[in-house]
Design a protein around this ligand. Structure first.
Ligand SMILES: CC(=O)NCCS(=O)(=O)O
Length: 349
């Protein structure tokens, strides 16, 4: 294991796990999502470049991936700084920033935000979806990819001395591509060397999380120290959910705040509401999984910011926690989900 054992690595250095407090395990503070632009139906093209103003807010909320400017969260550092101060005031402590290579990770901005707001920020190592993999990166062997990821954690990423404290979000499509399989194996090998947390973005198919766990395990990864993201839009069937839960990863409901009729990336599924997300958490708690749940908003487009009429980074603390309590989830269970589980996951072995 590395010299990081027993610590959490933030963009400002190592901290004792007891310092983290309430933690959102999957957010973005600066990124660019151009790679996932969704074309609109004929006749609606003008909306893709419509100004981000009040009369267009509802359309953008319903079609977030079809509005060009909405995809450029990296232009909103000032608004994000204000939001982080509000998050801290609401009782928040730590944000895991999941932006990896391919969607414009910007570590100097993360370090600046952490200094200015005193929110702990943990940055992500590794690579996003296949669609963002460069020609050079595709030529790399698993061993070379492992070296890159290990280096991002031990020495710093993107030519900086700013170190990542988690591997991911590692992007996977469905079906998982060959290049993504190589990255998953590299993530598992790097995790074995470092004893570090890993977080995965599964493809949009209920079979995807299980298949990812299989690949990670075969490569020697520690699934008990891995978060499976976006379960909200991936596994709906309660029986399938329990089958997946048995595999032992953390289960992340991370689209809190998203209320959307048609989910453009997979129109065959109905995106759950926040109330349904809380019901899913209550169900998994009843089935004995309170030690394996983590939650977040996965802010990754501008419309999610309060500046644009969105819910911001404090929605969980201000609105979802009271809802959880009103639906029979105890304060002790809330604290596990927001404090204890993230702390355990983020601490290097
Ligand atoms: C940045 C990112 O990967 N967000 C996930 C969006 S999705 O709709 O849940 O796939």
């Amino acid at each position: 294991m590395s010299g990081l054992s027993g610590k959490v690595q933030t963009v400002l250095g190592l901290v004792d796990p007891s310092q983290l407090g309430r933690t959102l395990t999957h957010e973005h503070l600066t990124m660019n999502y151009d790679c996932c632009f969704c074309p609109v139906s004929p006749g609606e093209e003008a909306m893709t470049t419509a100004p981000m103003e009040m009369k267009n807010v509802h359309w953008i909320q319903q079609n977030p991936y079809s509005h060009r400017e909405n995809l450029v969260l990296s232009q909103e550092t000032e608004a994000v700084r204000e939001e982080l101060l509000a998050f801290k005031k609401a009782g928040g402590g730590t944000i895991v920033e999941n932006t990896t290579t391919g969607i414009a990770r910007n570590l100097p901005v993360l370090r600046q935000l952490a200094k200015e707001t005193e929110v702990h920020i943990v940055a992500g190592a590794g690579y996003y979806l296949d669609v963002t993999h460069s020609a050079d990166m595709r030529k790399m062997t698993v061993e070379k990819l492992t070296d890159v990821i290990v280096n991002e954690v031990l020495h710093g990423a993107d030519g900086t001395d700013i170190r990542c404290g988690v591997i991911g979000e590692i992007g996977t499509s469905w079906p998982i591509t060959d290049s993504e399989k190589k990255v998953l194996c590299a993530a598992a090998h790097a995790q074995t060397q470092l004893g570090c947390p890993v977080i995965i973005h599964p493809g949009r198919n209920s079979a995807a999380p299980k298949e990812i766990v299989r690949i990670l395990q075969e490569a020697g990864g520690d699934v008990s120290k891995t978060v499976m993201s976006h379960i909200d839009r991936t596994i709906y069937d309660p029986t399938e959910l329990l089958e997946f839960a048995k595999l032992g990863s953390y289960i992340e409901y991370d689209l809190f705040g998203v209320e959307m009729l048609n989910y453009a990336f997979n129109t065959s599924v109905d995106m759950p509401s926040d109330s349904q997300r809380v019901q899913a958490l209550a169900y998994l708690i009843k089935e004995g999984y309170e030690d394996k749940l983590v939650i977040a908003h996965d802010v990754h487009t501008k419309n999610r910011l309060t500046k644009y009429g969105g819910h911001g980074y404090s929605h969980i603390l201000k609105n979802i926690v009271p809802k959880m309590l009103s639906r029979g989830i105890t304060q002790n269970q809330v604290d596990k989900i927001l404090i204890d589980n993230p702390k355990k996951w983020l601490t290097f072995k």
